[in-house]
Design a protein around this ligand. Structure first.
Ligand code: AHM
Ligand code: MG
Length: 341
């Protein structure tokens, strides 16, 4: 790609703001800030052992999971980048139990930001892809006159005004939607800018590839067990076609593959913790990824229902997730209403 043919993220966002009029200036600035923070996280991830960023801290987050150094470093990078810009009324993260209010010394903005600073934390120390996932919601209209509460964040996913993820893999890319399609950018490290490399990403249909943690198979509910059994049976089974399997341990990496070549991703409920809806978190994993998947022509459900319609009851609530190419997710959904399953 020649320099002249390049469209940077800044240029893309300004053009979207001008042309469509559907990207408010403050939302544009917010996306730029988040993207800049992801650039800083990418540099930190890249340093690995040399930057002293590998390993655990010994502390636990609100989910009772051991925090990796990089979880906390990345959380702070996003927090510090977003606090002072005047675009946010408050923010929340996987790594913080409570919401974070914008300090009084800074102006308050029109948006709420929710993020998972490092998705796929178990991959950090083994040099596999990890990422950052984020979701943007509108703050309540009277946010400047009162204290924002957790309740203000508990909006269903269809109300998100923007969502995205960055993936720190062989290439560092950023995938974005603000409800007008999905766009992909690649980080040019020498220049330090995000360059538009994929326009209007649509999930290809017909790819027979599933992503699920197979070691949990015996714990799944019958519809999921049966669906995967039928995939594995391949051309000798009811599906009549062979399937391939991939599981990276990083949702962002599996989603990047689904967006690029299709297929389905599942993190279903299992019976080891029956009261827990699933492993993944609704507000900062399933909702933003669900919005991206739908904007790319796919489907995102919890088994029977659309993820983006779920009315959240807690910031860190979990949800079962089945998402990917619409045709394949629809097949999986049918197993939930089969009387014999
Ligand atoms: P994390 O945010 O703590 O990294 O957890 C979420 C991750 C997802 O990225 C991934 O799909 C899943 O957990 C992997 O789970 P498992 O350890 O069961 O393979
Ligand atoms: Mg995560």
């Amino acid at each position: 790609m020649t320099q002249a043919a390049r469209v940077t993220l800044s240029r893309f966002l300004i053009e979207q703001q001008r042309e469509g009029g559907n990207l408010p200036p403050q939302l544009r600035l917010l996306i730029e800030v988040v993207a800049r923070a992801c650039k800083a996280i990418s540099h930190t991830v890249n340093k690995g052992e040399l930057g002293g960023v590998l390993g655990s801290l010994g502390s636990e987050n609100v989910q009772g999971e051991v925090q990796k150094k990089l979880d906390v470093i990345s959380n702070d990078i996003l927090l510090e980048a977003n606090e002072w810009g005047g675009n946010l009324a408050a923010l929340a993260s996987e790594e913080m139990e409570a919401i974070h209010l914008i300090p009084h010394r800074y102006p308050k903005g029109e948006y709420l930001l929710v993020y998972d600073p490092i998705d796929g934390s178990s991959n950090i120390d083994v040099n596999l892809s990890v990422g950052t996932i984020f979701s943007v919601l509108a703050a309540p209209e009277d946010a400047s006159q009162r204290v924002v509460t957790e309740q203000d964040f508990l909006q269903p996913g269809f109300r998100q005004v923007a969502a995205g993820y960055a993936i720190y893999g062989p290439q560092t890319s950023l995938v974005l939607t603000f409800g007008q399609g999905v766009f992909g950018f690649t980080l040019d490290r020498e220049v330090g800018s995000w360059v538009l490399t994929r326009r209007n990403i649509m999930i290809p249909s017909g790819n027979r590839e599933f992503a699920v943690n197979m070691s949990n198979q015996r714990h799944w509910a019958p519809p999921v067990r049966r669906y995967i059994e039928d995939c594995i049976a391949g051309r000798d089974g009811p599906r009549g076609v062979d399937f391939n399997m991939r599981w990276t341990g990083s949702m962002v990496a599996d989603i990047e593959r689904v967006l690029t070549r299709g297929g389905i991703f599942l993190y279903p409920w299992d019976d080891r913790e029956p009261d827990r809806a699933g492993k993944l978190r609704l507000m900062y994993e399933a909702n933003p990824i669900g919005m991206i998947i739908e904007q790319a022509g796919g489907m995102a459900i919890d088994g029977r229902d659309r993820i983006l319609d779920i009315a959240p009851v807690g910031l860190h609530q979990r949800v079962a997730v089945i998402l990917g190419a619409a045709d394949e997710v629809e097949v999986a959904r049918r197993y939930f209403s089969m009387p014999s399953v």
